[in-house]
Design a protein around this ligand. Structure first.
Ligand SMILES: [Zn+2]
Length: 259
């Protein structure tokens, strides 16, 4: 019975899918750059050119800042996809996003979606989401050893907008009102207040910044490779940086901030 229902479901899906696809009569067009396929409908040539230029600049600068510039996998069939909707209404309808959302990423699909003129998209949202994709590609999509703080730390690392100054973070550590590494690893964005979200991002950024500032980009690339191969954060940290434990990593970071 269950099987039958499922089969019938597939059958109906196959029957009606073309109708759904063609209900929106205008087809997507595609503009290709070295690392991106940009899908659009009525976007102006100016809007497309601006996005394409920002996208390629972002790719180069993120790869450079994280030390990945010697790799170049995103060509031909491996290009990332950007869907640029004509307006906010179409974008929200298609992505079922919140009405304040100006862009969203689907990391495993290497897909970023936004709309023409979305506020803050090109300057902040796009580079952040792009860094998410590049990083996860290096450490392996679906790698369970990569905590949220590390993903957000890397994505925030290349934004120029730092969430808390080092002195502010040092005060939090002195007052013991910071997240230690295990609290950071358990942190959930959805159920947290604005203030603790700000602290979460600040620490995530700071931990990644510490690794790159203290030990360099080459070590960071090696760390990503070890994380990809071992699928274990503690052993990737130990192998790359000689931290004997997560606690040791945390204490070293704290000393660096309090210096
Ligand atoms: Zn993010």
């Amino acid at each position: 019975m269950f099987k039958f229902v499922r089969r019938a479901g597939w059958f109906l899906l196959i029957l009606f899918l073309p109708l759904v696809l063609f209900a929106d009569d205008q087809a997507w067009q595609v503009a290709k750059s070295t690392h991106f396929n940009i899908f659009y409908k009525n976007a102006s040539e100016n809007a497309l050119n601006e996005l394409m230029q920002k996208a390629e600049e972002g790719y180069d600068s993120i790869a450079e800042e994280l030390g990945f510039n010697r790799f170049n996998f995103w060509t031909w069939d491996n290009r990332a996809k950007i869907y640029l909707f004509d307006n906010q209404e179409d974008y929200i309808k298609a992505t079922q996003g919140f009405d304040w959302s100006a862009g969203q990423v689907s990391v495993g699909d290497k897909l970023i979606q936004s709309y023409v003129g979305a506020p803050g998209f090109l300057q902040n949202i796009f580079p952040h989401e792009l860094a998410h994709i590049i990083f996860m590609e290096k450490v392996g999509f679906n790698n369970p050893a990569v905590p949220l703080w590390l993903q957000e730390g890397v994505a925030t690392y290349q934004e120029k907008d730092i969430h808390l100054r080092r002195e502010e973070l040092a005060d939090k550590i002195k007052q013991d009102s910071y997240f230690d590494l295990s609290a950071l690893s358990r942190f959930e964005l959805k159920s947290s207040s604005g203030e603790s979200v700000r602290l979460f991002y600040a620490e995530a950024y700071s931990l990644v910044n510490y690794l790159i500032a203290e030990f360099g980009k080459e070590a960071f690339v090696m760390f990503c490779r070890n994380l990809r191969d071992s699928r274990n954060l503690e052993s990737a940290l130990a192998k790359t940086y000689s931290f004997i434990s997560l606690k040791d990593f945390e204490e070293s970071w704290k000393r660096y901030i309090l210096e």
